[in-house]
Design a protein around this ligand. Structure first.
Ligand SMILES: [Zn+2]
Length: 298
């Protein structure tokens, strides 16, 4: 089966202009991964129900559900904003939460009634995993062994919390004339950032969102590299931010929103200089920054 080839939707976010909320980014997806991994790893899928054909289109939900039954989970991993449920057979279930997707975990029969449940996996260890998605942009794709690597390679740059160095990041920005904000949102530059963590990283690194991405000097690249990793680590530590329609698998809420320095704070005082933060639109995305400490492009 060649599911990967049949899909061509890119990884762009769909938030601003479509809805006031925001999408789960690397820390939120990592929080979900950590929440569901213990219940899934080592367990087999006994029953799979996919209520919403849109989740697996263009494939038939019953056929996809049938493919999942009997698969034993070897590991639950994450790459960028993708959740990767890796089966012992070599197949994977690739989940992208997009705007409002989330996973809920419960003991068999204890899932709350929820009109937004799009799929349920019942595991042979007595756990049920429900996928809920209000706006229904999320995707589930079953990939055969060998399809995952090229699928991700086409869509994602390196993991920012992996071995990526400041020089490595610099090489990925080199020659790029687009605004820094847009280049960082492009999942092919580095994987996992969205509107929240880009605004936060630019605030921490004191870089203007409209700077030409390729124009950063080595010191600025180091500042950016450090800031990206800092805000992502903090986000994971705080178990993500609580956004509209987003919660961890146990229904708990993260607290990263308490750490926001830029995102969602337009008009409020900058934590560094006290001046009100500005809001502009960059590449169609609402962008909050301090036009005093984040120096304007020359
Ligand atoms: Zn400031």
């Amino acid at each position: 089966m060649h599911h990967a080839a049949a899909r061509c939707r890119d990884d762009s976010d769909l938030d601003d202009g479509v809805a006031p909320g925001n999408v789960p980014e690397l820390p939120e997806v990592e929080t979900v991964r950590r929440g569901i991994a213990p219940a899934l790893e080592g367990a087999s899928i006994e029953r799979a129900v996919i209520h919403d054909p849109r989740l697996v289109r263009p494939f038939d939900p019953e056929i996809v559900a049938g493919e999942l039954v009997g698969e034993r989970v070897a590991a639950v991993e994450r790459r960028g904003k993708y959740l990767i449920v890796r089966f012992e057979s070599g197949r994977v279930l690739l989940i992208h939460l997009r705007m409002t997707g989330s996973l809920r975990l419960a003991r068999r029969g204890n899932l709350a009634e929820d009109p937004h449940t799009r799929a349920v996996l019942s595991m042979d260890n007595g756990s049920d995993v429900a996928y809920r998605d209000v706006r229904r942009f999320g995707t589930w794709e079953v990939l055969e062994a060998g399809e995952l690597r090229p699928f991700l390679a086409r869509r994602l740059g390196p993991e920012p919390l992996g071995t990526l160095s400041a020089d490595g990041l610099g090489r990925r920005l080199a020659g790029r004339r687009a605004p820094l904000k847009s280049v960082l949102l492009d999942q092919r530059t580095i994987a996992g950032l969205g509107n929240i963590y880009v605004d936060e990283a630019l605030w921490h690194s004191r870089l203007h969102p409209l700077r030409e991405a390729g124009s950063l000097d080595p010191t600025e690249r180091r500042r950016l590299h450090r800031a990206v990793r800092k805000v992502l680590r903090l986000g994971i530590e705080r178990q993500g931010s609580t956004l509209r329609d987003y919660a961890a698998p146990d229904g708990a809420y993260g607290t990263m929103q308490d750490e926001f320095r830029a995102y969602g704070r337009a008009g409020e005082p900058c934590y560094r200089c006290g001046r009100p933060l500005a809001r502009i639109v960059v590449g169609g995305r609402g962008t909050t920054f301090c036009d005093a400490c984040q120096a304007a492009p020359l």
